[in-house]
Design a protein around this ligand. Structure first.
Ligand SMILES: [Zn+2]
Ligand SMILES: [Zn+2]
Length: 243
């Protein structure tokens, strides 16, 4: 490529926005923006529904317990997505290959790349996954003022989806040299993944500490040899690791 042509290509990529090269297309970015907006709107809607249910006499302890469980479930989901993307499929796998598999594999080669992603690229794919879950709960679990288990389901879904939304953001913060104050406070309270804790995943073969929302479940899953057990189970069904 001539110097002028290379310059023109660079200008085009810069004009397209952050990381708009390779498989991160303008179309995918638009999908991410739509998913983020949908996630925000549905979260506000569910939060209003929960507050209405609580105001009508719903039991607060249902909401508290469900919020904790939902946030823990997000950590578990993050572990599953990360483990699958690190170990199975390729970047050519339909749908998830160019997004999740490619992103996690590249992250092992360049840990700082994630810190150069803007808000939309960081959080878009998480919202593509969790916004439909919020929509399903909003549609199929109607408001039931004063009913404890309904408050529980709505709060569980909201806490889990907010945790899923926070996953890549907290992963990004854990790799930043100077994360913002809010991130440092949340990290010190262990409400998002702590950099020292996440560094254990990047040591050696990247085969431990897959949970990246809070990391709360990592010690439990390590003690249970959960991921090595899952690998053996997958092998029984003929699913071999690809990395
Ligand atoms: Zn990994
Ligand atoms: Zn990482």
């Amino acid at each position: 490529m001539s110097g002028a042509a290379a310059e023109a290509k660079d200008d085009k990529e810069r004009a397209a926005g952050p990381s708009q090269v390779g498989v991160y297309t303008v179309g995918h970015r638009r999908l991410e923006i739509a998913a983020i907006l949908a996630h925000i709107a549905l979260s506000v809607y569910l939060a209003m529904r929960i507050s209405g249910e609580l105001a009508a006499g719903g039991k607060g302890w249902w909401a508290l317990g469900a919020a904790l469980l939902g946030y823990m479930a997000a950590d578990f989901v993050s572990g599953w997505v990360h483990w699958l993307a690190d170990n199975y499929g390729t970047e050519h796998t339909p749908i998830v290959g160019p997004t999740f598999v490619r992103t996690f594999r590249e992250h092992h080669l360049d840990q700082k790349a994630i810190t150069r992603h803007d808000f939309i690229e960081t959080n878009g794919d998480s919202c593509v996954v969790s916004a439909p879950v919020l929509a399903l709960v909003a549609i199929f679990v109607p408001a039931m003022p004063g009913v404890g288990w309904a408050v529980g389901i709505h709060t569980f879904a909201l806490a889990m989806c907010l945790g899923v939304l926070l996953t890549t953001q907290s992963h990004k913060w854990s790799h930043m040299e100077n994360p913002p104050l809010v991130a440092r406070v949340l990290q010190s309270m262990r409400l998002v993944i702590n950099p020292k804790h996440h560094a254990k995943h990047h040591r050696g073969k990247h085969d431990t500490h897959y949970c990246i929302t809070t990391g709360w479940l990592n010690p439990v899953l390590q003690t249970l040899c959960f991921w090595s057990g899952m690998k053996k189970l997958f092998l029984l069904f003929g699913l071999k690791q690809t990395s």
